[in-house]
Design a protein around this ligand. Structure first.
Ligand SMILES: [Zn+2]
Length: 449
């Protein structure tokens, strides 16, 4: 498959333009929105400012809500989108700022000062909500506790408004648009369960930033807010539900500074358990694809690569589905349908390149969707860069049917040029097939870890 260079260049220009805008998010929304954080384990939200009023819901420690008014010892908050209620002021506090813990095992104390009783520890990277300051000390709220920490171990969370929140996508697939409107251009999509940072709210839309730093607008109704604390990764979630002893940190003995590692590292065998990977051996049947000067066809090579990959991925516990198992002609639409049918966690299309320039050489990883696909494509950067057999040409936008029409995270890999005499010899060797499939497996593991 030959990439359409001119189109790629045009898209790259567009990327440059759009890549610039998430930066302006910071300056755009200076208007400070007041937030209140819940300081007790659980408290009722009531219909009015007083105990006789009917309870509407429960809110919990560490959760933040938009603060609308303060009246007679009660806080008026927006406890759910467009739902207003009241909580007793003694069970919540106005948020001063959000900060990030800069040191592992940071001591949380009951009172400010080194004499204060230690009531817990915070981990480096934890997001905390500051509600009070006293000298060099700050009173903070997390999901688990309220306490004091030395201010010098905290740093500003990036948000200038102090109101950045994390959310999780609840729809199967959620469009990301350039502006807060259904008519606005779609620039990507998010998948169910994906975590985003919410940087701005406008009517029923959220302006979000993904972990890879890409931004855009999404319909707010499909984002579930994770109030207060940043959402942890899966390991942390598992750790929280385990017994306290099991989640404690292990000290590694050594001469250098003490290091702490998390105990619950998973064994390699399980890393891809529960993941479905659809492998798409490019071309087949009447469509032979590219052909090398020494007569090797692309369709034969892609099948060989796919079969080796399947075996390796399965040893890590993945469910692997092939879009073709024989030398059959399978239409592109059927290949994409396989990804949808099996709800692929990753779709990997395998190809070998061809170009008029006989010197063109190396590997390219193509993505289409700048959200769902780019993260997957990025995982290939490291493993492919380390290959010595062929140069890695990098990640590129590719307007390929199997990517464009795919609802699942997908990449298309061009694993060497059959039009290049030297590349063609390399890719046909057993050792290349072995190392390139290992690199792909490493990329997939990296993506899911
Ligand atoms: Zn091809």
């Amino acid at each position: 498959m030959r990439p359409r260079r001119w189109f790629a260049i045009l898209v790259c220009l567009c990327c440059l333009v759009t890549a610039a805008w998430p930066a302006e998010v910071k300056g755009e929304n200076k208007k400070k929105e007041r937030l209140a954080v819940v300081t007790v384990d659980r408290v009722n939200v009531r219909q009015g400012p007083g105990v006789p009023y009917r309870p509407l819901a429960n809110v919990h420690r560490g959760e933040t809500y938009r603060l609308i008014d303060i009246k007679d010892g009660w806080l008026k908050i927006e406890w759910k989108k467009n739902k207003i209620g009241w909580i007793a002021a003694s069970y919540a506090a106005p948020v001063r700022e959000m900060e990030i813990v800069q040191e592992d095992r940071l001591r949380l104390r009951q009172e400010p000062g080194l004499d204060g009783r230690i009531i817990g520890h915070l981990a480096q990277g934890d997001q905390v909500i500051v509600i009070k300051e006293k000298g060099e000390w700050k009173q903070i709220v997390t999901k688990k506790a309220v306490g004091w920490v030395a201010a010098s171990y905290l740093a500003d969370a990036e948000s200038p408004t102090g109101s950045r929140q994390t959310g999780v996508v609840t729809a199967d697939s959620l469009n990301v648009r350039v502006a807060p409107s259904l008519d606005a251009e779609r620039i990507g999509r998010l998948l169910h369960g994906e975590r985003v940072e919410i940087v701005e709210t406008k009517r029923d839309w959220y302006k979000i930033v993904t972990r890879s730093g890409l931004g855009g607008w999404v319909a707010a109704e499909y984002i579930e807010m994770k109030n207060g604390q940043a959402v942890g990764n899966q390991e942390e979630a598992v750790a929280e539900s385990a017994s306290p002893a099991a989640v404690d940190l292990v000290t590694i003995q050594g001469n250098g500074p003490r290091q702490y590692v998390k105990k619950w590292t998973r064994t390699p065998v399980q890393v891809l358990a529960g993941k479905t990977i659809v492998l798409d051996a490019g071309h087949g049947g009447k469509d032979g694809g590219a052909e090398s000067v020494n007569g090797v066809t692309e369709k034969t090579l892609t099948m060989e690569t796919a079969e080796r990959l399947k075996e390796k991925l399965e040893t890590y516990g993945a469910r692997v589905v092939l879009t073709r198992v024989n030398d059959d002609y399978v239409p592109l639409s059927a290949r994409v349908a396989t990804a949808r049918l099996y709800q692929a966690d990753a779709f990997i299309s395998l190809h070998y390149d061809s170009a008029e320039d006989e010197d063109a050489s190396g590997i390219t990883a193509y993505y289409y969707d700048r959200f769902a696909d780019y993260g997957l494509a990025q995982s290939f950067q490291g493993p492919f860069s380390k290959l010595s057999a062929l140069p890695f040409r990098g990640l590129a936008f590719g307007n390929y049917y199997v990517l464009r029409e795919n609802e699942r995270p997908s990449v298309l890999l061009e694993l060497g040029y059959l039009s290049n005499r030297s590349d063609a010899e390399v890719v046909a060797t057993d050792s290349y097939q072995e190392t390139v499939t290992t690199a792909i497996v490493n990329a997939v593991r990296h993506y899911f870890q």
